[in-house]
Design a protein around this ligand. Structure first.
Ligand code: ATR
Length: 277
């Protein structure tokens, strides 16, 4: 039986997830499919009915449907509940399950790029306070990072997210970034700034200590101006593409029964699809 899987989003044409899952299906010689389906939030419930009726084995959920699908599920993982959002769905014994693998993907890529990072990360600085920031903070807190500074353009949103992690996260003002850079072992950009077609992320890295890890979850371009500047100053740049690749692993395993690997060949395939800076 050919198992069909999907990614639902609106828009969804830009999604690179079919490239990832298509690569793994071919690599493992599996007769499955993974397709983009444009589903606006108002049509999410109707699409979920098709999934329940057996048309699909499962799939991914992207913007703006990650929150919308949550009340439509039978089983919500603890992580998805903490995120208030699901990105991976699958049917199991007639019940619809949902998980959120963004924090897993973020951590797995960091583990692969900078082994032992958690042991030397006491303090982190997170830029942005959206869903991606929530996933990154969730992951860092799980790994024992004790102090996380959170900075966002709209300070109310930073304060609100900080409240969800009261002992660990401190909301700070955007103007404090220059000083906070010098106090941080890990800096993560979760805003859309620096992405192709968006304004640049203009922060002062002059206080960056050599060896500080600078992780940008933006992956178009692959090396953002933030990462290039961090590299020049002796920081350790970590790009956003790996998070995208690793967050896909648990879903593929659920749907097709094989745990896939994030290999150099897969990365190269995705890199070839990303425009240069
Ligand atoms: P995601 O779920 O992917 O994290 P999001 O919820 O839309 O996406 O969050 C985008 C983040 O980028 C937010 O932190 C947003 O800041 P606001 O909360 O103030 O909107 C940030 N962002 C987007 N454009 C920005 C800009 N021009 N300057 C500063 N921050 C920006």
């Amino acid at each position: 039986m050919t198992r069909r899987c999907f990614i639902i989003g609106h828009p969804v044409a830009h999604s690179r997830s079919p490239l990832i899952h298509g690569h793994w299906l071919a690599e493992h010689g599996l007769a499955g499919s993974y397709e983009r389906v444009d589903v606006p939030p108002a049509k999410a419930a109707a699409f979920i009915a098709r999934l329940r009726a057996g048309e699909f084995a499962g799939g991914n959920v992207t913007v703006p449907n990650k929150e919308v699908v949550l009340p439509l599920l039978d089983e919500v993982s603890a992580t998805a509940r903490a995120m208030g959002a699901a990105n991976t769905l699958w049917m199991e014994e007639g019940r619809l399950h949902g998980d959120n693998t963004d924090a897993y993907g973020f951590l797995a890529h960091l583990d692969a790029c900078v082994p032992g990072w958690a042991e030397r990360t006491r303090t982190a600085l997170i830029l942005g306070a959206g869903g991606a920031a929530r996933a990154v903070i969730h992951g860092l807190a799980e790994r024992g990072v004790g102090r996380i500074f959170l900075v966002n353009r709209s300070s109310e949103r930073a304060a609100e997210l900080a409240e969800a992690f009261p002992k660990v996260v401190e909301a700070r003002a955007w103007q404090e970034i220059t000083a906070l850079v010098g106090e941080s072992d890990l800096i993560v950009n979760t805003t859309s700034l620096g992405m192709h077609g968006q304004p640049p992320l203009e922060i002062d890295l002059s206080a960056l200590r050599p060896g500080t890890i600078v992780d940008d979850i933006v992956y178009v371009p692959l090396e953002t101006p933030l990462l290039a500047e961090a590299r020049r100053r002796g920081g350790i740049p970590v790009d956003g593409l790996g998070m995208l690749l690793h967050q896909a692993v648990p879903g593929f395993e659920r749907w097709f029964g094989v745990r896939p690997q994030v290999t150099a060949a897969l990365r190269l395939k995705l890199e070839a699809d990303i425009p240069a800076a």
